[in-house]
Design a protein around this ligand. Sequence first.
Ligand SMILES: C[S@@+](CC[C@H](N)C(=O)[O-])C[C@H]1O[C@@H](n2cnc3c(N)ncnc32)[C@H](O)[C@@H]1O
Length: 192
Amino acid sequence: MKLSKNYWSSRYQEADIPWDTGAVTTPIKAYIDKLTNKDIKILVPGVGNGYELAYLFNNGFKNVYGLDISKEPLQNFKNQNCNFPSDQLIEDDFFNFEDTFDLIIEQTFFCALSPELRPLYAAKMDSLLKPNGKLAGVLFSFPLTTQGPPFGGSKEEYQKLFSNTFDIKTLEPCYNSIKPRMNNEYFIILKK
Ligand SMILES: C[S@@+](CC[C@H](N)C(=O)[O-])C[C@H]1O[C@@H](n2cnc3c(N)ncnc32)[C@H](O)[C@@H]1O
């Protein structure tokens, strides 16, 4: 089935990973750089090769976890980040995973899921966040079509999707996207 564990593993095995930026992206880096409490517990779901996770860890955030359904990127991450605790790398389906976090970082995970899963994504994020926890990161702003992944969306759709569960602190065009994503992203900060 499309977008299954096998689908994602094949994409990594075939090195067909156009989403992989090779380094922490500027919007996420800028957000992380403003965080003051390095003890908070952070999840990066659909972590892929994990440049954002590595950036967090190498900048003093030690209570950080990466989750992916596919083992290939987790192994790539381990190979590149020998000091990262292996019990903080989780191979699991996001929708089955249970724990709670202060902060969850979103980048090209939401857009990788079938659009019909969006209400479930919002509910799952709610259950994975501690009270007052935040979901922060980037969502694509190009129109949603049947062609994907990546699947896009609009501000109106995201407002409707998240406003029942979250206090939408930020949902704005992203001013500091990496060049290929410029004018195609919103930055979001959603508070539980
Ligand atoms: C488009 S990639 C983005 C990877 C990473 N966030 C990045 O920016 O490079 C989407 C990732 O989500 C993972 N993924 C897809 N469905 C998942 C699920 N249900 N649970 C956990 N991970 C999933 C894929 O294996 C893949 O690594």
